[in-house]
Design a protein around this ligand. Sequence first.
Ligand code: UVW
Length: 341
Amino acid sequence: MSTQAGTQQRWKQRPPGSNWGDFGPDDELGRLNLLTDERRLAAIQEVKEGKVFILSLPLDFPGDGTEEGAARHPPRLYSNPSPMGEGHMCNASMTENDICCDDSVDLTLQYSTQWDALVHWGRQFDSQGDGKKQPTYYNGYRAGVEVLCGDETKGPFAHKMGIEKMAETGVQGRGVLVNLVKAYGSGRTWITHDMLMKAMDDQGVEVREGDMLLLYTGYCDAVMAMNKQPDDAKLAEAGAVLDGNDEKLLDWIDSSGISVLIADNQAVEGFATDLSAGPNGLLPLHDRCLFKLGIHLGEYFWLKELAEHLDNVGRHAFLLTAPPLRLPGAAGSPATPVATV
Ligand code: UVW
């Protein structure tokens, strides 16, 4: 277990299997550090056709669900008050000739196509080695110290590892897509290490250090087909999910050197609907990726058109550009990722 100069104050011991401190004592980027200039240049070499694929759902999908009082909801637009003193800025007359629309939005940051920031998932952990567990995030950043919840006057704010840190890297590199629909169909299948390796072998997918790995499961195809009237029971049967309880799979995610992990489903991994937690928590893949390794997770990406095109032309790699909003202090963000093939 390594303790590096500078990390002593924040943590004295790091979780087994974590890489805390390896990218520097105050690192806030995790595996995004692997998206280097050289790797971006190599990723650009993957552009052969000049075609682009937009990997975002319309951000008002999946649509209001059947779940009562759901915390996440579709964006709500409203027109800003007119600076002219009266009315709102919807088709508003500015002068005798000019009209204008000008909106605000109430935006759930993790509703639709989204990135999880590294502060999205942490755990109670004894980082001081004194037998006391404290709520802790990647690289030992602490709830209540760096990650604040706000009060009546101001909202929550992550002073470290907010989503803006991700945006500032540009999030550009080599994307590689594994087509799990082709391998296992579009129903709910729990994908183990061996199943993922088989799909990759069969499809000739080669993962290099720093790659952004995308998994096409078909879940968002079902979401789109429901046309903003999601049927939660049917969605629970749709699309593959990674089996976060398969330690071999989590170990491979670590050793593969991927920079980020993306899927077109709800949480990349499957979760128990009764919210029962195992030894690695409720969401063991979130725990390994976000808390231990600093691997950002992308969810609800729209991958159908890209996956079908890659399959038709017999390819799996492309240039991916996928920054979130540069929104200081946030725990997640929508994105409009672009794959260039
Ligand atoms: C949870 O639902 C807790 O996380 P995510 O948005 O990453 O799926």
